[in-house]
Design a protein around this ligand. Structure first.
Ligand code: SF4
Length: 445
């Protein structure tokens, strides 16, 4: 919940000294509330007010990162209960267990199986991003060895799962530079785990069986100097877990209840792969930031990653493909050249129909900010200039020796101006993409 201008005003000196460049403290407060000014612009504000304002301005759910470089993931920082209210910010991270009972080839096979859970869907790469190394052996040295193997294999963020501070400490001895998410801290181990997390600058999981106990535990951990906390509501059945996670989300957003203002982690590791999939699907909807599963079945992960992708898509931003030249088949300098827009649905429909024609072709995708052909044309995002610029930018004259451009039938009206702007021969294609196979086979002989 954002702090209002009047709330900020109450914390300012109210001297109207104008040193901030504003005529009054109230004007400055209003600018600050709208993020058009910075608190540092007022040299007279007290330290106490600074701290109060910084705390009030912090996001209701903390952003937590773990992993490094290309394996780094970020969770939390959500601001709404429902996607249509704004958007969800950080997609649920799916993780898979790696038991520290595994060694040698079995351990390597498991790691490779986790890393292979990657898919391309509507031009977007989706994958399992983390491995949860589980201290099933009860041995600190086995835990450390398994964690080190996962780190060495690369490509995955690490989650170190053990209730033993000694085991976590041993594993961090080999992996602290990979900034794993560690834990879990319980009521009994909070101080010891917090000390380890603080020393190694790693985020810490807090585990408790009720929302109230989690709130108490997170305050205890924070008092030990750990800011990056991930809540693990442990124990309840799926129905109670979903209720608890929803309660955490509501209290952190609507009441700005700081002890629950953290991302969450859930373990969907019981039962067979099908049961885990069903549980994880529910937990993606409400409101798990990380979900750990105990299987490596691609048929489980593709739909789950698809669900994550769909739920975390920004509803105000159309799904887009990169504006560039795409090749269908193996086109050459005599192959047809068509253009379309970078709205994903439009592009993939056209691509699949061109593929069905079996005529190798180039498709030039024009940047229309993710809008479809007619929407882009009526909004002037698709005109003779944008198409001419795309032809030049992608150096189409070096790819084809003919100078013929097939345009969507819906924008036949722009053919005259486009011909003048490009000096290319404009061929009006069919209005419906589904007619492209017949059109290409008949016209491009
Ligand atoms: Fe008020 Fe601070 Fe601006 Fe002076 S510098 S007018 S005290 S906000």
């Amino acid at each position: 919940m954002a702090i209002t201008g009047l709330e900020i005003f109450k914390l300012l000196p109210k001297t109207n000294c104008k040193k901030c460049g504003m005529p009054t403290c109230l004007a400055f407060a209003m600018q600050l509330a709208q993020k058009r000014a910075k608190l540092e612009d007022c040299p007279c504000v007290s330290e106490e007010a600074k701290q109060t304002l910084a705390a009030a301005a912090a996001p209701p759910i903390r952003l937590v990162k773990f992993g490094i470089a290309e394996t780094q993931v970020q969770i939390g920082q959500e601001t709404v209960l429902f996607r249509h209210d704004e958007k969800f910010h950080n997609p649920t991270v799916l993780a898979v267990t790696v038991s520290d009972k595994l060694t040698g080839d079995a351990l390597n096979r498991r790691i490779e199986a986790v890393k292979s859970l990657q898919f391309d869907r509507v031009g977007i790469h989706v994958c399992v991003k983390a491995a949860a190394i589980v201290n099933e052996s009860g041995s600190a040295s086995s835990f450390a060895a398994a964690a080190e193997s996962v780190k060495k294999a690369g490509g995955l963020a690490l989650i170190l799962v053990s209730d033993s501070p000694d085991a976590v400490k041993a594993a961090l001895g080999k992996t602290a530079d990979a900034v794993p998410l560690i834990g879990s801290a319980t009521k009994e181990t909070a101080e010891a785990m917090a000390k380890i997390a603080k020393e190694n600058k790693c985020p810490l999981m807090a585990k408790a069986e009720s929302v109230e106990a989690l709130a108490e535990l997170s305050e205890k951990i924070k008092a030990c100097g750990v800011d990056d906390i991930v809540l693990n509501l442990d124990g309840p059945n799926l129905k109670d877990l979903l209720c608890g996670l929803s309660q955490i989300r509501v209290l952190s957003l609507k009441k700005v209840f700081r002890p629950l203002g953290y991302p969450t982690i859930s373990f969907s590791t019981k039962g067979d792969a099908n049961r885990q999939a069903v549980q994880a699907a529910s937990l993606i909807c409400k409101y798990s930031s990380v979900i750990v599963l105990d299987n490596t079945e691609p048929y489980v992960f593709l739909p789950l990653l698809t669900a994550v992708m769909n739920i975390f898509t920004d509803p105000q931003k159309p799904v887009q493909v990169e504006p560039k030249v795409y090749m269908v088949g193996e086109p050459n300098e005599n192959s047809p050249l068509l253009f379309t827009t970078n709205f994903s649905l439009t592009y993939y429909t056209v691509e699949s129909d061109v593929e069905a024609s079996r005529v190798p072709s180039y498709i030039l995708v024009v940047d229309t900010e993710g809008t479809s052909v007619l929407t882009a044309y009526s909004g002037d995002k698709l005109n003779e200039k944008t198409v001419a610029d795309a032809l030049t930018k992608h150096n189409m004259t070096s790819l084809v020796k003919h100078r013929k451009l097939i345009i969507p039938g819906y924008v036949a009206v722009m053919s005259g101006k486009l011909e003048d702007a490009t000096n290319w021969e404009i061929m009006v294609g069919p209005r419906e993409s589904s007619m492209l196979p017949k059109y290409l086979q008949e016209v491009w002989k």
